[in-house]
Structure formats: C-alpha cells, structure tokens
Design a protein around this ligand. Structure first.
Ligand SMILES: [Zn+2]
Ligand SMILES: [Zn+2]
Length: 605
C-alpha cells in the first residue's frame, strides 16, 4: 500500500526522525508504522532504532509504503555504513547499543534551519555541533524537561524557545568540537584530517573513547559503569569528552601527563609496580588494542614506561619486557655488567652513574639508567690499575696516591671513590696532567748556559722540601716551570732550571719572615745587593738602618708593595719568552725608567 503525503528523507536524517515525520504527515499511528518494520511500538525512552537490527529485508515493507528505495531507507541507519557495528562488544562487555543516547538531543541552531533530528545526534559521544561550534542540548535550558520530537524549537512545558534562551552554550571547547567532528566524519565515512586519530574507523574510535572514558574517571567502578553510561547526560559527559580529546593534543605530552596521574582502579595487593600503577589500563591496552591501528597508543605507552616511569621495574610488564628500557634493575646490572648492588648504590651516590632509589615500605627498588652504566663500564675497561698507572708515570704506586692527595689527578674508582678495594685511573686524566705540564714549559735560551735539574733530583733532594705530589701541583699552578723535556717515561722526562728551583724554595722559606736583609731581598728580586741599595737610596724601596754601622733591613710589607708596583724584566721575559734587549729598548723609549734600574742587575747588562 502506497501511503499519501509521504515526506522525503532529509540530509543526514535518522530513521527515527523519518518515521516520526511520516507519522505526522500521514496521520498513521506510531505503533502501526513500527509493525511495518516488524518492530513493537517504540518507547520514547528506547534507544534509537537507527542502530537496531534493521536490514534490507526489514525495510522492504516500508519501502513499498513510502515509495523510497530500500537503500535510501537503509542510509537512515548506521547499518549500511557500519555493518560490523553490532557484531561484538565495543569494549569490555560494553554492548554496541550503548554508543547511542537514551535521550533525544539536538543542536538548536541546526533545528532552527530545518526541523528534523540528525542521525549523528543519536551518538552518545557526540556532544557538540561542529557547524555551529556549540554544545548540543538534551533538555530545556529553562525547566530541564526533556526535548520532544513534537517540537524541536521550543520546550513543550515552559514554551521556552531554545535559541532565544540565553542558557544555550556557544563556543564549545575546541577539543570537544574536534572529537564530535571526528566521530561525525567517521559515521558518514568521510575522510578525516585528524593527524593522530584520523586513521581509526567509527568502531575503533568508539572502542578507544569508551576505554578512556571508563579508565579516566575514578568514580566509574566496574559494577556501576553500565548503569552510569545509561544515565549520561550532555552535562555529565561533555567534560569527560574534553579530557579525553585533550590526551591527543600536543601528543604525547598530555598522554604522558595522563599516565603520570593515572591511578589504577584495580585493587592490587602489590605496593608498587605495574599492577598498582597501571593495572587495568595496562591489561586493557594489551588485550583489546592489539590491532596495528593502535600501535601509536601502545608504542607511546611503552615509551613512557621505559623512559619516564620510575614506579618499578619494566621487566614486570611481561608484555613489554623485551623492549629496551631506560632503567634496569640491580639484579640485571650484576648479571650483565658484574657490578653488585652495594657498589651500584655507591656509584649512584657518587654521581658516577645515574639511577634512582624508590623506597616503598620495606622494599627498596633501584632503577639504574642503563646508558650511564654502559658508559661507566666502557670507561672502566679502559682504565689503568694502580701499578700500570705508576709505571706509566715512572713513579711508585705510593707516589700515585700523593698525586691524588694533591688533586693532580683523579681516580676513576677506588676505596674513596666507589668503595672498590683497588684504585683505577683513566689514561685520559693522566695524559691530561702531562699535557698540562708540557704547556708550562719555558724553553731554555740557547745562548745562555744554564744548569738544569732532573725531576727526580728535585723531589728526592732534601734541600727542596717538596715531594712529588706537591711539586707537580706547583708546576700545574704555574709556580714552577719546566724548561725542557727529554726522552724517557712520565715525570722523569722533565728538566728544570736549577736557578728557578733554588729561587722558588728560598723565597718560599723566606715568606714567613717579616724583616728581610738586603741579601734576602736581593735573592727575592734577583738583583745584586748594590742595586737594592740604589733602590733604597732612590726612595723607591723603603729601607731602614738599625743604628750606625748596621746593615739596612727591609720590612716584608714594604717589599710586597714594591713588588706590586714594579715588575722585573726577567719575569716579563719568562712570561712572554721575549728578547730582553728588544724589550729594554722599547721600555726606555716609552719612559720605563724604573724598569731599567732593576734591569741593571741582570746578567749581560
Ligand atoms: Zn548545529
Ligand atoms: Zn522548559
């Protein structure tokens, strides 16, 4: 029987909406129309028939009644585009019918343009209208009555016009609009340009969002969630949608935040570790999201667990233990690198490797950053044990400790480093010290015949109160400079001017005296005694005569202020390795009168 006054299905209209308009236009009762589909009378509270088991055969009668093609009618449902939708749970016993609303919801702006219910408004997770960027409404903003199909523009109780009512929320959150847009695109099989989730299909998106919905809300217990989902209103669900979509913006930082603050709902007996931190999320991720489409999610989860998580050992994640992790356990460190737990703790404390200690009640977890351990072990294999380092420098092992004491070198490991019973030194550190000494060399002037001393002669001679460690330290500080390097090993190759050495030590010994004789001053300034007297007479160096016939004495303070004011040419030439005569000519030309006075004491002038 062909009905009269049959309306045409509209763009994106749902079957429920079409049947309602059919009833309005033809005057046939709702129950009678339902029976044409082989269905009982549809209650207002029932979910949309748009998703029920409607197929081509059940639409044949309606097609005859309305004169519409079966395929055209099928388009009013999700069956044609998503034939798999009803085949399985969406996720964890969530029936597919739960992805649809129990209540009618609308975009008041869309319905003002044309009064019919769009198919995608029947989707529970679609909470906004991407066209009008507003929240959908599922009740009267004024009196909270449910919206009726009879009139989509105003409340049937209080007659409030939905658009005119200021309670309509415009400018919905962008994340939420993106989520609705994505679901709508997938509902109509439109290509999505969403970078991260655009490749998922309609069913996969629902699976993902429902999982996150259940996992992200601590108030949803496993027992209550089915009932709660049934009662979801826009008001309740839209903040959750914002939260969920937020996880996928600025990927993966927000997702990491989510994992960081995630608290498993599963009551775990464990005090720490995977189960406590990620129990339900972890298991659902690996049991229900195994498809390649969800690689991005699992990969990022593993990335977080292996690179950022510090709650326990990754090896406990049986499904991802084969992944290389940033942290390893003390047991693995011992197994793979032969360093025991006590030493590992010392190394971490000393900052030689990176790691973390996590104390939970009675148990203590050590997380060791494997890359730092590897570089430590690599360095260790290249280090010299004490006897080799000593041989390399041509000194005894005991003297090596003297160098350590004076901070001329550092040890890589040893009793005071990591508690290890033997000392090990890095060759680079030792070479670095030798290079430091090389750089201090002031070569001998070939024209001047100077007496030189060997390194060993100096440190073994009681005349020079200085052992190897202290002497090397003086060289590295630039207080004593070698003058040459010969063939040989380590320290034994260095030569020093005898004059420099004896000067340095006599000056050092004189430092404690407050009154100095002319002789001593002459020694310190490296000038002849007559020159010192000249300086005193010229008033440049304050000297005092203690009674008639006694020799002049100079106070240390006066001498130091003199030395602060003037510099001797020998010091300049030592520092700049310049030609003495050339310097002299320059200074005279520039009026360096006092310098020439001092210079008069130098040999060869
Ligand atoms: Zn709209
Ligand atoms: Zn109302």
């Amino acid at each position: 029987m062909q009905l009269v006054n049959v309306p045409k299905p509209k763009f994106n209209e749902g079957l429920r909406s079409f049947l309602f308009r059919l009833k309005q236009h033809t005057g046939y009762r709702h129950g009678w129309l339902m029976s044409r589909l082989g269905l009982r009378k549809l209650d207002e509270r029932d979910r949309s028939i748009t998703m029920l088991n409607i197929n081509r055969y059940s639409l044949v009668q309606l097609s005859k009644d309305t004169g519409e093609e079966v395929e055209m009618l099928l388009d009013l449902t999700f069956t044609a585009t998503h034939p798999d939708l009803l085949k399985d749970y969406v996720i964890s016993k969530i029936s597919p019918k739960r992805i649809f609303n129990t209540k009618l919801k609308i975009c008041p702006f869309c319905t003002k343009e044309d009064q019919y219910v769009r198919k995608h408004w029947e989707l529970l997770l679609v909470t906004t209208c991407p066209t009008h960027q507003c929240l959908l409404i599922d009740n009267c903003p004024n009196c909270k009555s449910e919206i009726s199909q009879e009139n989509l523009e105003q409340c049937r109780h209080c007659k409030t016009n939905f658009i005119d009512n200021s309670g309509i929320e415009l400018g919905a959150h962008l994340d939420e609009v993106h989520l609705s847009k994505l679901l709508i695109e997938k509902a109509y099989l439109i290509e999505s340009d969403h970078l991260l989730l655009g490749h998922l299909n309609f069913v996969e998106l629902h699976k993902l969002f429902f999982m996150l919905l259940l996992e992200s809300d601590n108030n949803l217990t496993l027992q209550s969630k089915y009932a709660v989902i049934n009662e979801f209103t826009i008001e309740v669900i839209h903040p959750i949608m914002i939260r969920i979509m937020n996880l996928f913006s600025e990927w993966p930082f927000r997702f990491h935040d989510f994992l960081k603050h995630y608290k498993s709902k599963r009551k775990s007996s464990r005090q720490e570790g995977v189960d406590k931190d990620f129990g339900s999320f972890y298991s659902v991720l690996y049991s229900s999201f195994e498809e390649n489409q969800f690689d991005f999610l699992r990969n990022e989860f593993e990335n977080y667990i292996t690179q950022h998580w510090t709650g326990g050992h990754v090896s406990r994640f049986t499904r991802i233990s084969k992944q290389s992790s940033k942290y390893i356990s003390a047991a693995k460190a011992f197994r793979n690198y032969g360093i025991n737990g006590i030493n590992i703790c010392r190394l971490i404390d000393q900052g030689l490797i990176r790691g973390k200690f996590i104390e939970k009640n009675s148990s203590k977890i050590i997380l060791i950053e494997e890359t730092s351990l590897i570089s430590y072990v690599n360095k260790l294999s290249g280090t010299l044990p004490s006897y080799q380092a000593a041989e390399y420098l041509g000194i005894s092992e005991y003297t090596l400790l003297d160098l350590l004491e004076h901070k001329c070198i550092t040890a890589f490991r040893g009793p005071l480093v990591d508690g290890y019973s033997h000392w090990h030194y890095e060759k680079e550190i030792i070479d670095g010290m030798l290079i430091g000494i090389d750089q201090k060399i002031v070569p001998l002037d070939q024209e001047i015949d100077e007496r030189v001393l060997k390194f060993r002669t100096i440190v073994q001679n009681s005349k020079y109160p200085c052992k190897t460690g202290e002497f090397v330290k003086l060289i590295l500080e630039g207080k004593i400079r070698p003058c040459d390097k010969t063939d040989g090993i380590g320290f034994t190759t260095y030569l020093f001017r005898e004059k420099d050495i004896s000067n340095y030590f006599s000056v050092e010994m004189n430092k404690s005296k407050s009154i100095l004789s002319i002789n001593e001053v002459s020694h310190i300034l490296k000038l002849k005694r007559e020159e010192i007297n000249k300086l005193i007479r010229a008033g440049l160096l304050p000297g005092a005569c203690k009674g008639k016939g006694k020799r002049s004495v100079i106070s240390r303070d006066d001498l130091e202020s003199f030395m602060g004011k003037y510099i001797s040419l020998s010091e300049i030439t030592r520092g700049y390795q310049s030609n003495v005569r050339f310097l002299l000519m320059n200074f005279v030309r520039h009026g360096g009168r006092h310098l020439t006075t001092i210079l008069a004491g130098l040999p060869g002038n």
